[in-house]
Ligand binder design. Sequence first.
Ligand code: FCX
Length: 439
Amino acid sequence: SSGLKERLQELMPAQQEALKNFKKEHGSKIVDKVTIDQLVGGARSIKCMLWETSLLDPLEGIRFRGYTIPELQKKLPNYSGKPGDEPMPEGLFWLLLTGEIPTKAQVDSLTADLHSRAKLPAHVEPMIRGFPKGMHPMTQLSSAILALQTESVFASEYAKGTSKTKYWEHTYEDMLNLLARLPEVCALIYRCTYFDGKVAPYDSSLDYSGNFCKMLGHDDPAFMELMRLYIVIHSDHEGGNASAHTCHLVGSTLSDPYLSLSACMNALAGPLHGLANQEVLGWLLGLQAQLKEQGKDVTPETITEFAWETLKAGKVIPGYGHAVLRKTDPRYTSQREFALKHLPHDPLFKLVNTVYEVMPGVLTEHGKTKNPYPNVDSHSGVLLKYYGFHHYDFYTVLFGIGRAYGVLAQLFWDRALGLPLERPKSVTSEWLNNFIKNN
Ligand code: FCX
């Protein structure tokens, strides 16, 4: 064992007690009000959920257990031990769960624990191999996670009549098994969708990300570094975003972590959410192709023209805007810094930079979006493509691996804290009309 479970067991009683007492003392205090705009408009920014692992500030961006991305890059252990290298997702997971920065030895033992749990049940590989050609990789991922559910400890212990006080323990087992099995599942999807279906053997001498890249067939150490950063920055973005909220909501019915994570992936697969990273690369390549066809150079003026064509066609500019953020996403900035370090002369990176120069102005003039700045999805495809990973309808699967780290860590605390079934109130238009008449 890595010691993580024991540490959580030590931390839990105080957390449970603190929440119980806090509710008792402050339970009736009002933290927010709801306008009709918010009620009709997707519940934007209503504070109505407990989410311990991260918090999003509209201007500063995300903090994971209080730490910004640059702070994580400094404090979390990395694979090489060299300062400046990217943090390991296993270390982030420890932090998300415990609120504590782990040592390298703790991270290594968690890596070893995950490796020891990685074997897939026998029915999953043939199922993935049998998926029809053309099935979107996110559909395959969500289905494969559901198929893994036969192994759920939570579901089988619940069926046997386990006590509420043990939910956390079954959730812990499921979340580690599930994270451990995702690399092979994703590698199978990737190799079967785009190649001959051969997957490199599992390599437990590497860390989680290194082995994952190798199984995908990309064993460049720089790509492994990118994957570490990629998983870390995509992990968690507080609780209200569609994928995180879905996991939390489904889990609140005591559906096990497999059922909850599969549902989370279906939310992530939408173009307004995680699918935007594939849409961004499609948009950039479309821009390049059109300008080439017209014999024009890529300049701020030609990009502006192309952006307006997109907007006038009634479409969004993928990778720009955000439901909460009102400034450039620090997840974008960290990827930009990675590019400046590893691929400063890449033509597509230069294109992304020029888009970044003009797009806030275009979107401001367009006058609709509340945030004209880039989000995480605006940059990720360019980095992946640089390393020869150009199958862009697979990009959201990589986002999914990252997201699994965040939502499963919170799902653990949902069960450890005994959070209840989620059930907000809806109303009809008639109810609203009556409300207005009477108020
Ligand atoms: N291009 C064009 N129009 C945009 C826009 C963009 N990038 N972003 C927002 N708008 C429009 C909206 O479509 C909406 O128009 P409407 O009034 O006609 O419906 C108006 O501006 C107000 O939207 P706003 O309040 O600013 O944004 P929302 O909170 O409703 O939506 C998302 C946020 C992210 C969905 C929106 O900005 C968008 O569609 N962006 C493009 C897709 C994208 O990049 N998604 C990924 C987001 C994220 F990082 C992730 O989840 O991965």
